[in-house]
Design a protein around this ligand. Structure first.
Ligand code: PLP
Ligand code: ZN
Length: 416
């Protein structure tokens, strides 16, 4: 087994370092799971093994395998994650009043950016000879893990809050996972999954506490650096739940900058919902009102984010900041994204578009800057919310006169 390019796991709180081959999740020096670990690399060794041309041709995230914390001889468990397209978005730009591009990571195998991390986690678990893998999830991580566990021939047990959208429960069930709907919040499901991991020794994919989790998400940053080499956006916008995604995106982009593959870095804009604002509050040093999380964007409905330290680090190091948006603004954004560019996002995936509007209104983003929003999840994940975002169906009889009536009353759009 060789993972020579990973040097240490380093505690983000006290700086203690650990051997990457030890199965530890968090630094034992701190209460609970607060001692989140950072993965450090030997970049000379990575560069010795990375010679792919940065020509924008990205079949999957494994183009950057030299950067991923996986043994050389591990069988990669893949469904073709990453390599998602990034688009110019002229109609959206016009609507928002700022030049905007979109990277659509909802087009991953299970419909979510998390597939990047899951592919790495399941590859590692399988290679370590584990046969049971678990996680707690607001829904998407569960579906993602269940899909990849099936692909790997592993058993999967997941903990979700009982009120997760039905589509998000259907998906892991079809993938054959044991789905445990916990009567309680995501935070309670999370705590239970940790206890179970300790008691039964299942491999835990939980974002944030599994130090290797975030590492797979770096590939979205690698791809963005490669895709925007000639025209790095001023702002890169992500929604934030636990905070792993934005940190992964930043760490990946920054690595490519540090290695000289791209000559600029974007400012990171983190977007949270008004009803689940813990990272935003921490970054701006506000008292957090409560750890209750209430928002229609269930994927970012996190009351006690596990990765606040790393998320704030991304905002700070990049010279960025965070904003809050309301549920209504999120639903508007879902519709705007769909109707201007044909990109269908779940609420948490559309939240960055709402965040751009808020940041423009606050003078955080200037009109002559450029923006790139990352859509993290696909719209079919949550059709109930989508039905609230769009217009209503107009039911009519099968009669041409009915269409005539609608047209006359301007209830359907006249094209001119
Ligand atoms: C998980 C998730 C997020 C947030 O990622 P964190 O790492 O929890 O901050 C955003 N959007 C979607 C669609 C997600 O599934
Ligand atoms: Zn520590």
């Amino acid at each position: 087994m060789a993972m020579n390019h990973v040097t240490t796991l380093e505690c983000t709180l006290c700086g203690a370092t650990y051997d990457p081959d030890q199965v530890i999740y968090t630094c034992p020096e701190h209460e609970g799971v607060k001692g989140i670990l950072e993965v450090n690399y030997d970049y000379d060794s990575i560069q010795d093994n990375f010679d792919a041309p940065l020509d924008g041709d990205i079949r999957s995230q494994w183009k950057y395998s030299a950067f991923l914390p996986v043994d050389d001889d591990a069988d990669i468990i893949s469904l073709k994650e990453g390599g998602t397209d990034h688009y110019n978005a002229p109609q959206l730009s016009e609507r928002l009043g700022v030049e905007t591009r979109v990277k659509d990571d909802g087009r991953n195998p299970t419909g979510v950016l998390k597939d990047r991390a899951t592919s790495v986690a399941v590859t590692k678990a399988r290679h370590a000879g584990r046969d049971v893998i678990t996680c707690a999830s607001t829904g998407n991580a569960a579906a993602s893990l269940a899909g990849y566990a099936a692909r790997a021939g592993m058993d999967c047990r997941i903990f979700v809050p009982g009120n997760a959208p039905e589509e998000k429960l259907a998906q892991p069930l079809v993938y054959g996972a044991d789905v445990l709907g916990v009567n309680g919040s995501y935070d309670e499901a999370y705590d239970l999954s940790l206890e179970v991991t300790e008691s039964y020794g299942w491999y835990n994919r939980n974002a944030a506490i599994n130090p290797f989790q975030v590492e797979g998400k770096r590939t979205v940053g690698h791809e963005l650096a490669e895709q925007t080499q000639d025209d790095v956006p001023d702002w890169l916008v992500f929604s934030m739940g636990d905070g792993c995604t934005i940190y992964g995106g930043w760490k990946g982009f920054r690595e490519f900058y540090d290695l000289g593959y791209v000559d600029d870095t974007p400012k990171m804009l983190g977007v949270q919902a008004e009803g689940a604002s813990a990272i935003h509050d921490a970054f701006h040093r506000h008292e957090s009102a409560s750890d209750v999380a209430e928002t229609i964007a269930d994927s970012i409905a996190v009351g006690r984010p596990r990765n606040t330290v790393k998320a704030c680090r991304a905002l700070e190091e990049s010279g960025g900041t965070s904003v809050l948006v309301s549920d209504e603004e999120i639903l508007d954004a879902e519709r705007i994204l769909g109707s201007t560019e044909g990109i269908y996002a779940e609420p948490a995936g559309a939240a960055p578009v709402a965040g751009v509007r808020a940041a423009l209104a606050d003078g955080i983003i200037e009109e002559d800057e450029t923006v790139l929003v990352v859509v993290t999840g696909y719209g079919l994940k949550d059709t109930k919310s989508a039905m609230k975002a769009g217009d209503e169906v107009q039911h009519i009889d099968a009669d041409l006169l009915e269409v005539e009536r609608l047209y006359h009353d301007e209830l359907i759009r006249h094209s001119d």
